[in-house]
Write a protein of this length. Structure first.
Length: 510
């Protein structure tokens, strides 16, 4: 290339060209601008790729068969069909403060993402410095002209950084990932809130059922004590039977205030979840509702797309991956463009004169030369953070597979336990009936009656707790499967519409 062509394509115009300095800077800026746009197509740092997760072909449980349908596809209000529970959950979703805090965190992340987006655009500003004084200019002392004079400087500024190495794009990528993470955390809080209210509700029902059993047992032991005492007075019994009957009655009676205490505390827990002051919770007497007969788990791989905690962990991994690019961009120079235009007048009377116009076009280039390893350490820190979030993502996925498997196994065993406990209750009811008849006929003593009733009381308490556990494990399974994944926010809150048959569009996602 000859010298004339070299000058033609040089960014820096020759001094002998006869152009003023401002014209030279302007031409440099306009010539460099298309180059900036061309170079901004590349972004340093690795592009995100989801790591492979060794998902099992089916969940470990009663039947390890692959299922397309999932219990998580049901909306939460169709699990137990309990109007009282539905009302409590809707109140909690509307008033719970933990959920309100999660919503506020989403808004914070949204504004952080907006702040990151603003770096794509030029920044505009202005400055006005009026002053009046003697031997001064814009608050600074100067030599004559003598006398008091007025001065004014009014300028508008603009600056812009071309995203040559993708630092701004990686920053935006990380901010968007953080926003997605907080969104998923919020949906996780919603699912957890529904689960916690449901669990506390059935635990409250279980305590009230046990209280009913305790009251019935107290009444039964009271009747037995009366009969034994009467038999002793008639000379057909002894004081040992009376003492035993009084002991069993006191034992049953002492469990009542403890159950009442636990009921009050459980009501306070539900009130807190609903964002209310402690107070009573109304429930239907002796109503537990039916347990869903079928709870298909679906495919383990779908958990990676449905469970909020897994999605939040993946979003954190995306953000950490973007930070590697941000750290790597620090190795390269930062190029900025800036300009200002305004008026610089002294005295004030010359403000309208063309000689008071002030303007500038400038380009700056800055970059690291020696940082004592700081830039490398920053990049290595970003890579280590990525490795951490990757490990956390894999651990979250494994924990999810375990949660579902534990719930499936527990559900099967609880059903079996319940069948056997029902046989125990039936056998003890028959025994109490027969022993009571024989006691009335005088063929058995009072101790036999007391022992049979005590066994019945224990069996009734055991099966009542199992009935509650059967419902609690359904709640845990629904939560473990990421229940309600296909519901929009409006459907979560309203609880009066069916979920969509397929994945909601991005516009419908919360």
């Amino acid at each position: 290339m000859n010298s004339s062509s070299a000058r033609k394509f040089s960014l820096w115009p020759s001094v002998s060209s006869g152009l003023s300095l401002s014209q030279k800077i302007g031409r440099v800026t306009y010539a460099a601008f298309p180059v900036f746009l061309f170079l901004s197509g590349c972004a340093v740092g690795p592009n995100y790729k989801r790591p492979n997760v060794a998902a099992p072909p089916a969940f470990r449980g009663p039947s390890e068969t692959a299922q397309q349908a999932s219990f998580a596809d049901l909306p939460w209000w169709e699990i137990f069909h309990d109007e009282t529970l539905t009302g409590l959950i809707k109140t909690a979703l509307a008033n719970n403060y933990d959920l309100a805090a999660a919503v506020a965190r989403v808004e914070q992340a949204n504004q952080v993402a907006a702040l990151a987006r603003s770096q794509y655009f030029p920044t505009l500003g202005y400055a006005i410095y009026p002053s009046y004084g003697h031997n001064q200019f814009i608050y600074s002392p100067i030599a004559p002209p003598s006398g008091a004079q007025g001065f004014l400087m009014a300028i508008a500024r603009a600056s812009w950084e071309p995203d040559l190495w993708g630092r701004i794009r990686r920053t935006n990528e990380g901010a968007r990932a953080q926003l997605l993470a907080t969104e998923e955390v919020r949906r996780g809080v919603m699912l957890t809130l529904v689960s916690n209210v449901s669990q506390a509700y059935f635990e409250l029902l279980g305590l009230r059922l046990q209280l009913d059993i305790a009251n019935e047992s107290k009444q039964s032991f009271t009747t037995t004590l009366t009969l034994v005492t009467q038999r002793v007075h008639e000379g057909l019994g002894n004081e040992v039977q009376t003492s035993r009957a009084a002991s069993d009655l006191a034992s049953a009676s002492s469990s009542i205030p403890e159950l009442e205490r636990q009921i009050a505390l459980k009501e306070n827990q539900i009130s807190l979840l609903m964002g209310k002051n402690p107070g009573p919770i109304d429930t239907k007497p002796k109503f537990l509702g039916e347990v869903p007969p079928e709870v298909p788990a679906g495919l383990p791989s779908t958990l990676l797309e449905r469970r909020p905690d897994i999605l939040a962990a993946e979003a954190a991994m995306k953000s950490a991956n973007a930070q590697i690019g941000v750290a790597q961009a620090a190795y390269f120079p930062s190029i900025g463009l800036s300009t200002f235009f305004g008026k610089l007048s002294t005295p004030l009377e010359r403000l309208t004169s063309g000689q008071t116009n002030a303007w500038s076009l400038a380009m700056s280039v800055s970059g690291p030369i020696f940082t004592a390893g700081a830039t490398t350490a920053q990049k290595r820190q970003a890579i280590a953070s990525w490795e951490q979030t990757k490990a956390q993502y894999n651990q979250t996925a494994l924990s999810a597979f375990r949660d579902v498997s534990d719930a499936l196994i527990t559900r099967e065993k609880l059903d079996t336990i319940r069948v056997e406990q029902a046989k125990v209750v039936q056998s003890n009811e028959d025994a109490v009936r027969l022993v009571s008849m024989r006691f009335t006929n005088g063929t058995v003593g009072g101790l036999d009656v007391l022992e049979s009733k005590q066994r019945l009381y224990s069996a009734q308490l055991a099966i009542s707790q199992t009935e509650i556990n059967r419902r609690l494990i359904i709640i845990q399974l629904y939560r473990a499967l990421g229940g309600g994944w296909n519901l929009t926010d409006a459907q979560w809150m309203a609880a009066n519409s069916s979920p969509p048959s397929q994945n909601p569009s991005p516009a419908n996602k919360p």
